[in-house]
Design a protein around this ligand. Structure first.
Ligand SMILES: [Cu+2]
Length: 108
């Protein structure tokens, strides 16, 4: 499991993913919702209670690495008004199943 993220209810959130991986298949994104682990290999989208999504971002390639360029995804959303525990996860098949997820806690 990845680090826990805590935000206040109703907060405006700007979430950015910087894909620092290199090589084929190292594609990542983020979904946030109520769907809890354990996850199957393919997580149906949208997840239950989904509140945010960053579409899949590509890894660096031999061409882009020369420019020190990473692929970035970003989204802006508002945290739910009701406190509770959500989970963020990577929607690339197999990634959430093998631990690419964490708690997203909304506090009062
Ligand atoms: Cu991933």
């Amino acid at each position: 499991m990845d680090p826990e993220i805590t935000v206040p209810a109703g907060a405006k959130i700007v979430l950015t993913v910087l894909n620092m991986d290199f090589g084929p298949g190292k594609i990542h994104g983020v979904l946030i919702g109520k769907a809890k682990p354990p996850y199957k290999t393919v997580v149906p989208i949208p997840v239950q209670g989904q509140i945010a999504e960053i579409p899949l971002t590509m890894p660096r390639t031999a061409k882009s690495i020369k420019k020190s360029r990473y692929f970035v995804g970003t989204t802006t959303f508002r945290a739910p008004q009701n406190p509770g525990t959500y989970f963020y996860l990577c929607q690339m098949p197999g990634h959430a199943k093998t631990g690419m997820y964490g708690k997203f806690v909304v506090t009062p």
